[in-house]
Write a protein that binds this ligand. Structure first.
Ligand SMILES: O=C(CO)COP(=O)(O)O
Length: 250
């Protein structure tokens, strides 16, 4: 099984109603993209963005969900609520949430299962810090995160894995192509070991300072099936350049 290609945008804590024009512009620019395209706006914009791009090829996703479906968890949003608002994906375990909210592999595994229960595809994020890379621990760290964050029932249809080196996020620093290749080959082997043919089909995204100017070379690395893009997903022109690069890599 070969993994499908996915260009995913993570708006993080950016975006007001006025910014939905960017999603509309993207839907217009890519009426039938050759790859899957996803935007994950803040929770407040999931419903209005879904309404704006409904019927287009652009999917909408959340950036986090709670591990349970409903209850006394003030300020949290469940996977069922995201789905109800129009989401079909949710990012779980982003490094900013691991840092800001103390999320662990165990809690991310539960969130992944919650995502599936609501019918959402889970985008599970992993990645080493600069210190861990400098200490030669990268493969141990991402291997441990992968093993701990993924439940046993992962399939090519319900799971996406995003490798995001923490030191490359929002910094303009990108690993060398060899460094990306080393991690992606390692992760693909781990996924195949554990999930067999399904593991071969789970999309493996790279994330961290992806821009239109570096997307072609990153998508040329084997086992890179797309990108999880932060800053460059906020504007349709920039994200469109990245989608175009992924289409060319098909
Ligand atoms: O964290 C990221 C996406 O989830 C990457 O962010 P940047 O593309 O802004 O580096």
């Amino acid at each position: 099984m070969t993994a499908r290609k996915l260009a995913a945008g993570n708006w993080k804590m950016n975006g007001l109603a006025a910014d939905l024009v960017e999603a509309e512009a993207l839907a217009k620019a890519f009426p039938s993209p050759k790859v899957d395209v996803l935007l994950c706006p803040p929770a407040t914009l999931i419903a209005p963005m879904s309404a704006k791009v409904g019927g287009s090829a652009i999917a909408v996703g959340g950036q986090n969900c709670h591990a349970v479906e409903s209850g006394a968890h003030t300020g949290d949003v469940s996977a069922a609520m995201l789905a109800d608002a129009g989401a079909s994906y949710v990012i779980v375990g982003h490094s900013e949430r691991r840092t800001d909210h103390g999320e662990t592999d165990a809690s991310i595994r539960l969130k992944t299962q919650a995502a599936w229960s609501a019918g959402l595809v889970a985008i599970v994020c992993i990645g080493e810090t600069l210190g861990q890379r400098e200490d030669g621990e990268t493969l141990d760290v991402v291997g441990g995160q992968l093993a701990g964050s993924l439940p046993d029932d992962c399939t090519a249809a319900n799971t996406v894995v995003a490798y995001e080196p923490v030191w490359a996020i929002g910094t303009g620093k990108v690993p060398t192509l060899d460094q990306i290749a080393e991690v992606h080959v390692f992760l693909r082997a781990k996924l195949e070991d554990r999930f067999g043919a399904e593991g071969a089909g789970i999309p493996l995204l790279y994330g961290g300072s992806v821009k239109p100017s570096n997307a072609d070379e990153i998508f040329g690395v084997s086992n890179v099936d797309g990108a999880l893009v932060g800053g460059a997903s906020l504007k349709a022109a920039d994200f469109g350049g990245i989608i175009g690069a992924l289409e060319r890599a098909e």
